[in-house]
Design a protein around this ligand. Sequence first.
Ligand code: KG4
Ligand code: ZN
Length: 347
Amino acid sequence: MNNTTGAGAAPCYILAVETSCDDTSAAVIQDGRTILSNVVSSQIETHQQFGGVVPEVASRKHVESVTLMMEEAVRRSGLELGELSAIAVTQGPGLVGSLLVGLVAGKALAYTLERPLIAVHHIAGHIYANALVHELEYPAMALVVSGGHTELVLVEAPGRFRIIGRTRDDAVGEAYDKVARALGMPYPGGPHVDRMAHEAEAALPLPRAWLEPDSYDFSFSGLKSAVMAALNQAKMKGQTLDPAQVARGFQESVSEVLTEKALRAVRAYGAKQLLLAGGVAANRGLRESLAPRCEAEGIPLLAPPIALCTDNAAMIGAAAYLKWQRGEYAPLALKAEPLLSLESWSV
Ligand code: KG4
Ligand code: ZN
């Protein structure tokens, strides 16, 4: 079997598969950091008509495209199937039916090729998307902001995670999608709210949820309710609020709280870098709020390019390499875990 320890070791080629939500993706990653291929089949158009992801429909769409994506990823990598070192799959968290499709496809190929199977935590993937473009230094603090998660994660050492703060209600991406819907924008609404916020000349004043002074936790449901209340009150008075001003008010509230808490966490834990991770890491407002603050405080701010912020298999291949280096492989009896814990997945 290939091994990467020691000088002159053979390269490690991991074929990774990601199907935890509504994107079917496959990628081939060399040594945890070089992307040889990364293909994504998005189901957005299918789910748009329902205003959100319909789990049963997502599973069926994954079934239709997963093997095509895997074949395409291998073809674009320029490798032969036999050259692959391992197969990585997202084990969780996510929609169980969606996870199962990638898991079964990955297992089948691992079994056929007689290669190890590596189980990956989806959020570890989002965090390690940064390793595809930057050199990571430890301890690092990761601000994970996606459709399902909002967490501050201390990355103590490669692949060792400690969650120091999390949302007590909605994930930030979820709040973005709900506000976008109320403003008449299609799913997924985050990018639309981001764009509209930049078109506004003023911001609707909205509250900030700081919680207890020493807490690294977040809460977004009160802010979301405040947006809904403002829209309803205006409607009852026969007025209309400028949607761009609502978007900007919402985005400023979210960005300010995320920025302050992330910077306090970096200082408190002596983190050498702040890593942005997850779909909402693509948000321009958040990047614009964090960048000058990090610069002023001398904190390196790392973020993946936009295409690696949202769900993709390249990030799964990057995180899988942590397990590959330790020979931590998964059995073929591996089960999908919709609520898989990040800390327990740590290497
Ligand atoms: O990480 P991701 O692709 O999927 C999950 O694991 O959840 O994140 C998807 C989320 C959606 O809620 C989407 O609206 C949000 O990321 N998103 C954004 C932006 N781009 C994607 N939210 C705010 N601003 C953006 N530019
Ligand atoms: Zn994700």
